[in-house]
Write a protein that binds this ligand. Sequence first.
Ligand SMILES: Cc1ncc(COP(=O)(O)O)c(C=O)c1O
Length: 385
Amino acid sequence: MRKEFLPFSPPLIGEDEIREVVDTLRSDWITTGPKTRKFEEDFARFVHAPGALALNSCTAGLHTALVTAGVGPGDEVITTTLTFAATANVIEQTGARPVLVDVEPDTLNIDPTRVEAALSEKTKAVMPVHFAGHPADMDAILDLAGSRGLLVVEDAAHALPARYRGRVVGSGDNPASFSFYATKNLTTGEGGMLTGDPGFLEKARVVSLHGMSRDAWKRYDQAGGWFYEVVLPGFKYNMTDIQASLGLHQLAKLESYQKRRREIVALYGEAFRDEEALEIPVERENVDHAWYLYVLRLVPEALTIHRDRFIEELKALNIGTSVHFIPLHVHPYYREKYRYGKEDFPVAWKNFERMVSLPLNLRMTDGDAGDVVEAVRDVIRRYRR
Ligand SMILES: Cc1ncc(COP(=O)(O)O)c(C=O)c1O
């Protein structure tokens, strides 16, 4: 057994990032400024996006996109139940109703046939989530939305970098929101990026910063001026140059980071592929998975314990894990407001009950990954039915 606890997802911050942050702190400009602008440009280039807007979280990006598109009271937005709270919370915050639907059994991504069944006169937008970094079935979703004039806002929190049928997630004209939270493939501590059509992002920039017209962020700079006008009641969602300092260097290293993530995924795949008590995550043909999460599924018929105990046993062996996600429809707020029952979304519910996210991060050595494999095998050996 390992001597020290293996944390689920510690960040990897290099000396380059630290030097850049210090450089920013020593400069005259620490909030949104030239480094944030450069990060937007570099990011847009990286994901082949028509435009990019740096914000202080993915949540901020999703909220800004919906508000910019005019989603509000009386509207419905269709999304998956198997996601983080932020996805649906932002819909609630606009006054619209989140209409939850079930997921596909292999990828655990929003099921396009369920989206179609949930469409109504009130539907204004669809918000697919690229669960764990595996792209959702975007062609089916874009077709459905396109024929009805609906907005598609991608929750791309997990999907940096991912590719669907040759297209990089974030390269489309529709808004896509990425997360740079501490555990993500690229981190700025907290942060996010909204990509999409430049005209839309121009409006989104105003929505995201107090509704102030012009380049108000320059108003204390020699190049700027004191005058601005408030054209709508906007938010305070801007990214700072301190955050962008981290992002610039993380982005430059992302390709090599992803190579390492895939090595760990391959190591887990080798170890678990033939184990009948386990189901390993899928990567469909024609996609590149971002491998933000490695979501293992237990096969209940093969084990005498279930998921919660499995996690406790791994913890006792010093392996940190997590669960992504408790479906939204069982959280008190959504359950009570919309009177959902657990089995209303059977695929999400049944899979939730048997999922465990294993450590998958850049601080892990092959030895650490080997320890995870040994611990999982040990628990299975002891509790095989
Ligand atoms: C699917 C999903 N959407 C949105 C978010 C929110 O991201 P952020 O913390 O950057 O706001 C998360 C956070 O982990 C997430 O997992």
